[in-house]
Design a protein around this ligand. Structure first.
Ligand code: TA6
Length: 302
């Protein structure tokens, strides 16, 4: 039954964080203004597609575990990044994993509807607040479009007068039935860096299956990757543009114990496939250039 009052957008406060709940005829979405972080995405009548930790905390200045954290202006450990990306940081002690913006309050630029779909735009200017140790002028923007699928577009505009070198990721946590049962399709033949074994370079053979902690950086990635979940009889399809690298991560048992906001057995029900510009796919923006990285997420019967 179509509810003609849809779509709706409501602002709410969850503990310390201002959030926005979007309800359309297709799905429900929750996003935090801090980090412009999608927290959850669930098509009606389905299991959630985007996973959110049952231990998630909603404190100012702390990234929420789950959803789609925005990693920028570097991904992961800055010291593991290409020299040009490292060189953008002018020293100083503040060098958190996954960059400087997922714990900052972004500005909500716009909410509009497009028929049954809703579009939210969040922006962050790298000059206010000043990013510690990263004194460059850039405008970051995340466009979120909730229609029949979830579409995220991360844009960076170089407002300075010198080139920017950065790495980034949409660090998407996906909800799955059981990590021991799912497969990732689409990366067959891709090079990948095995970060858990001395960052050795390897080549993917066939679909990815999981039997332990997995933390791999795939390169020369295709525009489509899918999570095949036969238990939940669905495939989650990721269609990307502006990215040729992706990170596949599951903490498994031991690492889970070292993670904040993470139940001991939560590793079974989540899988990160992160749409990225990392390693030799890092981003260089000339003055005035703008780059867009786009991710479309859809869930289809399997
Ligand atoms: O993207 C994979 C990864 O770099 C893992 O190594 C793990 O650290 C994960 O990100 C989560 O990082 P976080 O800082 O959000 O706990």
């Amino acid at each position: 039954m179509y509810n003609e009052t849809l779509p709706t957008v409501e602002q709410l406060v969850v503990d310390e964080l201002v959030c926005w709940r979007v309800h359309t005829r297709h799905a429900e979405l929750l996003v935090a203004q801090q980090g412009a972080q999608v927290l959850s995405y669930q098509p009606h009548g389905e299991e959630p597609v985007i996973w959110l930790s049952g231990q998630a905390g909603y404190q100012k200045g702390k990234a929420v575990r789950g959803g789609v954290p925005v990693c920028w202006p570097w991904f992961g450990d800055l010291r593991r990044n290409p020299a040009q990306v490292q060189g953008m940081h002018q020293g100083g002690p503040i060098c958190p994993a996954h960059g400087l913006v997922r714990e900052l309050e972004w500005e909500l630029l716009n909410i509009d509807t497009d028929g049954p779909a809703v579009h939210l735009a969040f922006t962050l200017d790298s000059r206010s607040p000043l990013l510690p140790g990263w004194p460059h002028a850039a405008k970051l923007r995340l466009d979120i479009r909730l229609g029949e699928q979830l579409q995220l577009t991360l844009s960076t505009h170089n407002l300075g007068d010198s080139p920017l070198a950065l790495s980034q990721a949409l660090h998407s946590y996906f909800a799955i039935s059981d990590i021991r049962e799912v497969e990732v399709e689409g990366l067959d033949g891709c090079r990948y860096i095995e970060t858990l074994e001395d960052w050795q370079q390897r080549k993917q053979q066939g679909n990815i299956r999981f039997s332990g902690e997995t933390d791999r950086i795939y390169l020369d990635t295709p525009r489509r990757m899918s999570i095949l979940d036969r238990t939940w009889k669905r495939r989650i399809e990721l269609d990307v543009s502006g990215s040729s690298s992706a990170v596949v991560w599951n903490p498994w048992i031991d690492k889970s114990r070292r993670l904040s906001q993470f139940d001991g057995d939560a590793w079974q029900g989540m899988l990160c496939i992160e749409t990225a510009r990392v390693m030799d796919d890092f981003l260089v923006l000339k003055p005035g250039d703008e780059h867009r990285m786009e991710l479309k997420v859809s869930s289809k019967p399997l």
